[in-house]
Design a protein around this ligand. Structure first.
Ligand code: NAP
Length: 282
């Protein structure tokens, strides 16, 4: 029988464990997450509000710093540098995407690696890609690995196929799987004969943002993790996988919504506490 993963259940379990740990700290000494939000992208506003809601729930102090679309790159970097210096700030997150006139790499790399809650600075990436230990792992890939581990899905020696090679999801996830001794294939928009590759996956992870994975593209009994999330033509939230058709042929599958998404929030909160614990040891 196919196991359908319940992301909200695991998220709530993780958040409850974090809440109990944080309850031991004085309020003024609790971990603090500062989020920078630029512009008025409706999806970004929803994501940021959601992050704040969950931070509040578990006792992480969270602040959202909003800038209008025309803000200069220098102004954002100046703000980040203030947060880097401020000992009360544990974690800094820049909500992506940024407006086109702002260089995302410069902004992200202005964040001190010790406060880089998304693990996206060059320092943390270099640690990950060289097989070392970053201060924290990027949130969504970390959530995916947690799903596999919590469900006792073996990674070592398995063929993991990751579709998508973005800095945010595909690349770091492929590297984390490789660091866990999976045999990893990374596919992207220029990959030829995609279904010939996906059919060989023991663990298939799609992080694209388009309806891509049909029933004839998977090996019977494989694990299917759907990272994609977008609105379909009927304005319904959906993922890359044709869930209704694929699920009966997989041993384990994550739905959208309610699969990987809640795990990203759980990772963000656990990363904030991890940075807090590491900073108090510095
Ligand atoms: P992205 O930067 O747009 O990357 C998409 C990737 O998909 C690219 O590597 C692209 O290849 C590849 N791709 C596009 N069309 C393809 C095709 N027909 N066949 C194979 N590969 C194809 O997106 P992202 O930031 O990684 O996010 C991916 C999806 O995950 C989006 O739906 C996003 O909303 C979702 N997401 C969800 C969460 C969550 O918490 N659930 C978190 C982050 C992102 P090229 O490199 O060749 O262009």
């Amino acid at each position: 029988m196919t196991i359908i993963f319940d992301g909200k259940k695991l998220r709530d379990k993780i958040l409850n464990e974090l809440r109990l740990k944080i309850a031991n700290f004085d309020y003024s000494k609790r971990p603090r997450l500062d989020v920078i939000l630029v512009g008025d992208d409706p999806a970004s506003k929803i994501y940021v509000n959601n992050k704040r809601k969950f931070a509040d729930k578990i006792g992480i102090r969270s602040y959202v710093h909003t800038f209008n679309n025309s803000v200069s790159e220098d102004a954002i970097i100046k703000k980040i540098k203030e947060f880097n210096e401020d000992k009360s700030v544990t974690a800094i997150l820049v909500q992506l995407p940024l407006p086109e006139h702002i260089n995302k790499y410069k902004v992200i790399n202005a964040i001190s690696p010790q406060k880089d809650v998304d693990g996206l600075t060059d320092y943390n990436k270099m640690k990950l890609y060289s097989g070392g230990t970053p201060f924290v792992y990027p949130c969504t890939p970390k959530g995916v690995i947690k799903i596999l581990d919590e469900n006792n899905i073996k990674i070592e020696g398995k063929h993991a196929v990751v579709i998508g090679r973005s800095d945010l999801v595909g690349r770091p996830l492929a590297q984390m799987l490789l660091n866990r001794n999976a045999t990893v294939t990374v596919c992207h928009s220029k990959t030829e004969s995609l279904s010939n590759i996906t059919k060989t996956a023991d663990i298939l992870i799609s992080a694209v943002g388009k309806k891509l994975i049909g029933e004839n593209m998977i090996k019977s009994g494989c694990v299917v993790i759907d990272v994609g999330i977008f609105k379909d033509e009927n304005d319904q939230t959906t993922g890359d996988v044709d869930f209704g058709k694929v699920k009966s042929n997989a041993d384990f599958i994550t739905p959208v919504p309610g699969g990987v998404g809640p795990m990203t929030i759980a990772s963000l909160m656990s990363n904030t506490l991890e940075l807090y614990n590491k900073s108090s040891r510095l």
